[in-house]
Design a binder for this molecule. Structure first.
Ligand SMILES: Cc1cc2nc3c(=O)[nH]c(=O)nc-3n(C[C@H](O)[C@H](O)[C@H](O)COP(=O)(O)OP(=O)(O)OC[C@H]3O[C@@H](n4cnc5c(N)ncnc54)[C@H](O)[C@@H]3O)c2cc1C
Length: 296
């Protein structure tokens, strides 16, 4: 049981200190500089959950290598509509980050974004046929025009040596590659954004877990927050609440009682990341092992 209880009042409460809350917080400070903002994070630092660099693949999603943005229909036609939209969104994101570097909110861009070729690699006839059809549909679009494609194991070896060694010969392989991809360290980015938010007046509280969320009679949200070290409780009364709690979002959304929370479900997403530290292998230090991703 909490030993003491106090109240606070803010225009905006951000729940969670990942890339989502950090981005929204900085954006709000630019658009509504007079609003008061509080950010509550359960852990002792920002960006340690999904936004941590070793908890996601780190590709800046620009639809260069993510095959789920370019599905094939039953007639064998690859639809690139979604891929085009995602690519455009990533360019807008890059413009936003550029503006934050220009105004000093973010430091050296190399601390969070670096060039990295993006590559999709498949094997087997069905998958190789799909990848070729995707390449033909994508490379016809100006934003994807630089895409390369090959079924030659030696070419693929030159692109990514570790993918080829030890494979059975005769297996059909295919790869598409774009050198305009990026590697994004969302953990570094998150921490820089949260530090900037705090410097611009936001109250950032680590080690604070949000346990409940209800709407008061006056329309303000009452956000219950536990200070884990002190064992005390704060009730923060806010005009707006953003739940950016990653895997902890859904239970809080359900506690809010808003009708929009109904009908959603979720289950864990995992990834395995393999790191090669042998520079003579001629590849980057990060290769994606497996990634299973599902949203209900
Ligand atoms: C395996 C994998 C691979 C991925 N690969 C990519 C990729 O290549 N490119 C890409 O763009 N995206 C990728 N993603 C997605 C990306 O990592 C996430 O979309 C993004 O990091 C989510 O950020 P977030 O702020 O919503 O959540 P998080 O970073 O998880 O932040 C949520 C925060 O909320 C805190 N929290 C939770 N509950 C509470 C509570 N009750 N009170 C207070 N704080 C709370 C947590 O401690 C955490 O710090 C990947 C994700 C996974 C899992």
């Amino acid at each position: 049981m909490p030993t003491t209880s106090s109240t606070a009042t803010h225009d905006v409460v951000l729940i969670g200190g990942g890339i989502m809350s950090a981005t929204l917080g900085v954006l709000l400070q630019k658009l509504e500089p007079t609003w008061s903002i509080a950010l509550y994070e359960n852990l002792d630092q920002a960006g340690l959950e999904s936004s941590d660099p070793w908890n996601n693949a780190g590709t800046g999603h620009a639809a260069l290598c993510e095959l789920n943005y370019s599905p094939m229909d039953k007639n064998g036609r690859v639809d690139v509509t979604k891929a085009l939209g995602i690519n455009e969104q990533f360019w807008i994101t890059r413009q936003f980050w550029s503006s934050l570097v220009a105004d000093g909110t973010l430091k050296d861009p190399k601390s969070f974004i670096n060039p990295l070729p993006h590559m999709s690699f498949v094997w087997g006839d069905d998958h190789a046929d799909y990848l070729r059809a995707r390449y033909e549909a994508m490379s016809a679009q100006p934003v994807f025009a630089g895409m390369e494609h090959s079924e030659d194991p030696e070419q693929i070896r030159a692109w990514a040596p570790l993918l080829i060694g030890g494979r059975e010969s005769g297996q059909r392989l295919a790869a598409s590659r774009h050198t305009g991809g990026t590697d994004v360290d969302f953990g570094s980015l998150t921490r820089q954004l949260v530090t900037a938010m705090a410097g611009a007046g936001a109250e950032v509280r680590f080690g604070h877990k949000v346990t409940g969320l209800t709407r008061g009679a006056d329309g303000r949200w009452e956000v219950k927050v536990k200070n884990k070290a002190a064992g005390s409780e704060v009730v923060d009364r806010a005009r707006f609440v953003f739940i950016g709690a990653g895997g902890g979002t859904l239970p809080l959304l359900q506690k809010s009682g808003i009708p929009e929370a109904k009908g959603f479900g979720g289950f864990p997403v995992s990834g395995q990341f393999l790191r090669c530290t042998d520079e003579s292998a001629g590849t980057t230090d990060r290769a994606i092992g497996e990634e299973a991703r599902s949203v209900a």
